[in-house]
Design a protein around this ligand. Structure first.
Ligand code: CAO
Length: 508
């Protein structure tokens, strides 16, 4: 064991660079190639890897320090004395430009003694306007990752590479339509030694104000820089890049989702983004496509519609007797007679009696609909979908039961068409087959109301001076308070209860 000084290696023609991250502390046991500090000039950022393994004795720099080649970074009690300070070449030559008329071909510059490197990001699109120094591609060898900046301003005319390609010096990256004809003398290069892919350590608990450290994360310098500027902890982002790399798109999506899901756009405090790994083991699980889609609509509807939920319990003892008497006829046709079809028919009767429930709000006008299409929430392995049963007023119980079976089977197989999920005027969400006593369904806009049904239960009901056991169905009616006031809500649910209590009334 001996103590060695680790100094700033040759980082190119740069006099003073700023220390922007110090990734080790005295007492840390570090591996060879582990990042010690991140430096940033106004042109480039780079991580300085340790030339050997050992234990950090003393750190001589701090965030904000200006340092240059040969300055002392830290002292290390070296584990392996045979290693020298071999550092990757950090300063590629100019990105090469050749020009035909106004279209300039941009090629990979000299990227050091590397034969072929992987293209891991191509963050440009044809037609995109590119600024000088904007990243055209991110390359990665087994030693370093580097962003290739554009030497000129222009519009992307053609892209010659894609993620996964192997490229070398002089490979064409893209062509840009530009006014500029001559190549830049010295482009700004950003090169970053790749940190060893390693399990993420459990982070020390941090206070919210403390800047986050992204040292153990696999991401390009540009991504790290933006995350640092926005104080985003990269550990909270699910990586989609190769080898667990966080791509620019991952970061952009994270920022977009955070803006949308935290209410930042509504002027409310954003939700804290927490590194849960500090409390225990975690894993990231991608939301299903349906969940991502429905999340947007549910969120929009929840925050933009003033909901009121009216609860009631309705006596369906007689209806249940009727259902039990007729169940087998339905079973013979291969369908189930459940309370849902009665709810659908009773809802239509209530919608006819209270037409504002069968409407949509457009500006200052109500669009009252003279058709009765009922959306039915169906639970599927991939999330919630709402197929629509059309013209419920014109259909009998058997037809409705058959249609419900067809639609829910298609829904669970992921085979519903967009058309089958459009045009509802009112929605029913029945959780009665599962359980629970009440819930607040979210309005399925542009509907203005939704009916939730929970599990029936026997309850003592006081009738004619005595308690009698009755089968009660809990209902939860959410409505848009801009369209429907509380009294109407109570009238609607009471009417619905009367219809379900004695279905003969629907014939009147
Ligand atoms: N109380 C007690 N039992 C009930 C009931 C209720 N309110 N509603 C249904 N049941 C019974 C049914 O009668 C059936 O029992 P039997 O087979 O003995 O007759 C059993 O529960 C299962 O019913 P089901 O779920 O197969 O059929 P359904 O017609 O009630 O519902 C469907 C069909 C597609 C709506 C339903 O399967 C479903 O997916 N529900 C979930 C909807 C959902 O996730 N909503 C949440 C949205 S968030 O706002």
């Amino acid at each position: 064991m001996s103590i060695v000084n680790i100094t700033v290696p040759d980082i190119g023609n740069v006099d003073n660079v700023t220390v922007i991250e110090v990734q080790v502390a005295p007492g840390d046991t570090i591996k060879k190639e582990q990042s010690l500090v991140t430096l940033e000039s106004d042109k480039a950022s780079m991580e300085i890897p340790s030339p050997s393994a050992g234990v950090v004795k003393e750190v001589k720099v701090k965030v904000g320090d200006k340092i240059k080649q040969n300055d002392l970074i830290l002292t290390l009690e070296q584990a392996d004395q045979t290693t020298s300070q071999a550092l990757p070449k950090t300063e590629p030559e100019a990105t090469q430009v050749s020009s035909t008329a106004n279209v300039q071909v941009i090629r990979i510059p000299d990227i050091g003694n590397v034969d072929k490197v992987d293209v891991i990001e191509v963050p440009i699109k044809v037609g995109q306007s590119i600024k000088k120094n904007q990243t055209l591609a991110v390359l990665e060898s087994d030693k370093a990752s580097m962003e290739i900046p554009s030497p000129i301003e222009g519009i992307v005319h053609d892209i010659a590479i894609k993620v996964g390609d192997k490229v070398a010096q002089d490979s064409v990256i893209c062509s840009l339509t530009s006014q500029e004809q001559k190549p830049e003398a010295k482009p700004e290069q950003k090169i970053e030694p790749k940190p060893e892919p390693k399990p993420q350590p459990i982070a020390e608990p941090t206070s919210e104000a403390k800047p986050v450290s992204n040292d153990s994360i696999y991401a390009s310098p540009g991504v790290r820089r933006l995350a640092r500027e926005l104080n985003i902890d990269l550990k909270t982002i699910a990586p989609t890049g190769e080898k667990g790399r966080i791509t620019k798109d991952d970061l952009n999506n994270f920022i977009k989702n955070r803006m949308q899901s935290t209410g930042a756009s509504m002027g409310v405090e954003p939700m804290p983004v927490v590194d849960f790994s500090q409390f225990g083991p975690i894993e990231f699980q991608e939301l299903s496509r349906i969940k991502k889609l429905s999340a947007k609509f549910l969120h929009r509807n929840w925050v933009s519609i003033p909901h009121v939920t009216q609860f009631d319990e309705v006596d369906i003892t007689d209806l249940e007797e009727f259902r039990q008497q007729n169940k087998s006829k339905f079973e013979e046709r291969g369908v189930k007679l459940t309370p849902l079809v009665f709810l659908m028919k009773a809802s239509v009767a209530a919608l006819k009696a209270f037409p504002t429930f069968n409407s949509s709000l457009q500006g200052d006008q109500l669009v009252i609909k003279h058709y009765y299409h009922i959306g039915v929430a169906v639970d599927t392995p991939n999330g919630l979908v709402v197929p629509v049963v059309r013209d419920v007023n014109l259909k009998g119980f058997m037809e409705l039961a058959e249609e419900l079976k067809t639609l829910s089977t298609k829904a669970r197989a992921g085979q519903l068409t967009a058309k089958e999920m459009q045009g509802s005027t009112f929605t029913i969400s029945s959780l009665g087959g599962i359980g629970g006593s009440a819930f607040t369904p979210i309005i399925n806009a542009p509907d203005v109301a939704i009916l939730g049904a929970s599990k029936t239960h026997m309850a003592p009901v006081y009738q004619n001076g005595t308690f009698v056991p009755r089968l009660m169905l809990p209902l939860s009616l959410s409505y848009d308070h801009r369209v429907i006031d509380g009294a109407q809500g109570a009238h609607f649910i009471t009417y619905l209860g009367e219809m379900l209590g004695d279905m003969r009334q629907m014939l009147l």
